[in-house]
Design a protein around this ligand. Sequence first.
Ligand SMILES: Cc1cc2nc3c(=O)[nH]c(=O)nc-3n(C[C@H](O)[C@H](O)[C@H](O)COP(=O)(O)OP(=O)(O)OC[C@H]3O[C@@H](n4cnc5c(N)ncnc54)[C@H](O)[C@@H]3O)c2cc1C
Length: 386
Amino acid sequence: MSISSINTDVCIVGGGSVGALLALHLAHTTNLSVHLIEQQSYDDVCADPRHIALAASTVDTMSQLGIDCATLGYPIKQIHVSDTGYLGQCRLQASELNVPALGYVVSLSALTRQLHIQLGDHPQVIVHYQNRIASHEYANEHHHIASDTQQWVCQYCVVAAGNSQTMPWLLETETQKDYGQYGVVANIKVAGNGPQRYRHTTAFERFTNTGPLAMLPIEDDTYNMLWSMTQDQAKAFLAHSSATQCRLVQEGFGTRLGRFTQMDSPVMFPLRLTQQQSRHQGIIVLGNASQTLHPIAGQGFNLAHRDVVALVRLLADKHPPLDIAETYRKARARDRQSTIQATDWLLHSFSHELLPFVLPRNLGLLAMQKSRWLRQWFARLAMGYR
Ligand SMILES: Cc1cc2nc3c(=O)[nH]c(=O)nc-3n(C[C@H](O)[C@H](O)[C@H](O)COP(=O)(O)OP(=O)(O)OC[C@H]3O[C@@H](n4cnc5c(N)ncnc54)[C@H](O)[C@@H]3O)c2cc1C
């Protein structure tokens, strides 16, 4: 059976949050025709139990694209960082920078759904669900990609297919570093919600004996928890009753938020650093397909957002460079490597119980708490302004 062929300017393989963001940004900024190709159904692609923290710079871009994170999510007005069992702690506050929020917490499902809904307003973007790209060829200066039922011929091919490693024929692994950790994610309810200074709009990062424990504020009495631990610890944690899970979180996190009373069924995600590149030089790789980071610093989507902005700028140029994939890679190399290295460094510094690590990290936190300048500098980085 012969399959039909569609000609278009841009094909994006993968309609997760990053692929959909790129499609929407292109629709707002260029006249290029775009085909977004996703292997799952609409409902499945918009179902992800995680909440993620969007930096203020990402929120700015979203609002230019008609997505209001203040309506979609929950503001972070303060970030509290602490180290279990030690004195070091610091608080970064939006008010010190005269901004309404350092960022917003959004549910990944709600964000992806909103992006897909907005795409419906742009006839230049066509979304194909339940189409799995299974081959790629480059001929006559065009990319030819195909699923079981359809073929596309395009000038620009972008792969935002996540880190499922289902495309070994197209993507090769550059780096893989297994941190030996899993992220346990769940919504957890708290009674009392702690003292007024932490109420509701504070995100917490606490370094515990098993690994970093983040609490992102969502509804009034509910936080989205991400706790890093070994695979065995994560499996054991998931097997406990909700009451025991709350007790364990209470022991790891302490009482500054009040008493944890109930936890939704947690799920676990492997946490590793992976960097991939395309086997074909002309293909642009974005989002988790390009790199997965440990979520300790909440940078994965925020970095991908900066990649999307840079790529759209190149594609919107009246005379885009002929070797656009290479120009893009060079332009993004510095931010990509520094974000990967900073995340890696943060994880290592806060994962050791030895004095040479404990002392500097606690001195660092105390210095930041004392110095307004340091806090402001760090808060700007957290907000994604480079
Ligand atoms: C526990 C956890 C917490 C996190 N917290 C944060 C945070 O606070 N802040 C932050 O910025 N980032 C965070 N991240 C990172 C963030 O979640 C990711 O960077 C982002 O979700 C990546 O989206 P993506 O679209 O690249 O990949 P995905 O969401 O995996 O989407 C890829 C899509 O491609 C499709 N696909 C795959 N293969 C094919 C194919 N052959 N053909 C067609 N379609 C295909 C898949 O079905 C999928 O829908 C976190 C990550 C984890 C694990």
